[in-house]
Design a protein around this ligand. Sequence first.
Ligand code: UD1
Length: 416
Amino acid sequence: MAKVKIIGEQPLHGAINISGAKNSALPILAAAVLLDGESIISNVPQLTDITTMVRMLRSINILAEQSGGKIRIVNKKQVKHLIPYELVTKMRASFFIAGPILAKVGMVRVPMPGGCAIGSRPVDIHLKGFQALGAVVSLEHGFIEIRCKKLKGGQVNFPFPSVGATENIMMAATLAEGVTTIANAAREPEIVDLADLLNEAGANISGAGSSTIVITGVSALHGVKHAVIPDRIEAGTMLLAGLITRGQITVNNVRPADISALLSVLSETGARFEIENNSITAALGARWRGAQVVTQPYPGFPTDMQAQLMAYLALAEGASTVRETIFENRFMHIGELQRMGARIRAEERTAIIEGVAGLSGAEVKATDLRAGAALWLAGLAAQGETTIYGVEHIERGYEKLTEKLSALGARIKRIN
Ligand code: UD1
């Protein structure tokens, strides 16, 4: 098992480029099933989750070649309807390919999805959406089978603005007959990026980024060239790395508006920013103050920044509360931060944090991607050495992490 060792208390300084968004690249690669001919997707981060999606495309008869941050896709053969168990159980986002396959082939057979251990993550909202477009869903022997010769546009009302379900239904509806309206759609920037790609390919989608998306079906989509948007979660995490070490870093290749909820919480704690078109510089005075935070669907505070923010608040002056409303079981990092001297307790879905003056290095374990990010942030700030096990979780979402942090002055080493 690989691990990372960090010697803390080194202030980070300098500038780094933020990679393309994993959560945009994944559905965009899934959308390749819908695009006939050749497509080139650029600004794709090199991460294990992306490799899994590339393997998934290959497994259903689509050529996908990865070269650095570019992926060339050629979709000319009959797409297969069966998704391999081994890939789906690795990554929940594999299920995002179900909608495109269903729309293209008329049926899809997919094993029940797996992914990060952050609470039960059902796919019922996706399935009800497919049913609203005329599909028949059956569950047997651990497989979900969805059938419909030709999807028909319909009214889809989500009980909750699920990101993945919005993407899945939006993709499926591009090739349905007639008009589909998604009400209570998720509004994340990644959904707008996906809709932009589909529209460039000939789809007719309006309203992406608002809570009502209207898709008028077309008969076919063609190949495109598209660059993935920057990763707002990596940008936010790197800004925290600068702040938590009392350094000053600039993140380049970002879209500041995408992280305004984070910036407003950090401003409350005393951080100051210089914001330009596509870069942000963050710095602090002395110690920062606590804050009260609630995770919400976009444009609210993102659940994917909750663990990292908690590491930062663990070192704030005074008390903070963080309430997690999106996932049931997303406090696995609390126990590990406690090992490093943090004073945090959970009461149901709220974490109560009493800020401490310092953390101390310890051996800790990353249980999921963002919990792992909270630990490397804590390790950068802590006194002494921190060893983080479960690095493969972190590598699902942070491209070239050790190289990027080393370039900013961190003392960090990956050990196989
Ligand atoms: C996406 C992101 C993930 C982020 C999450 C919320 C990707 C690849 N992943 O995940 O990083 O944390 O959005 O911002 O983009 N739910 C149901 N039934 C469903 C679908 C979801 O009950 O059919 C629940 C989930 O269990 C969870 C909540 O809805 O409690 C949010 O899930 P959702 O927005 O669907 O997250 P993902 O798309 O899986």
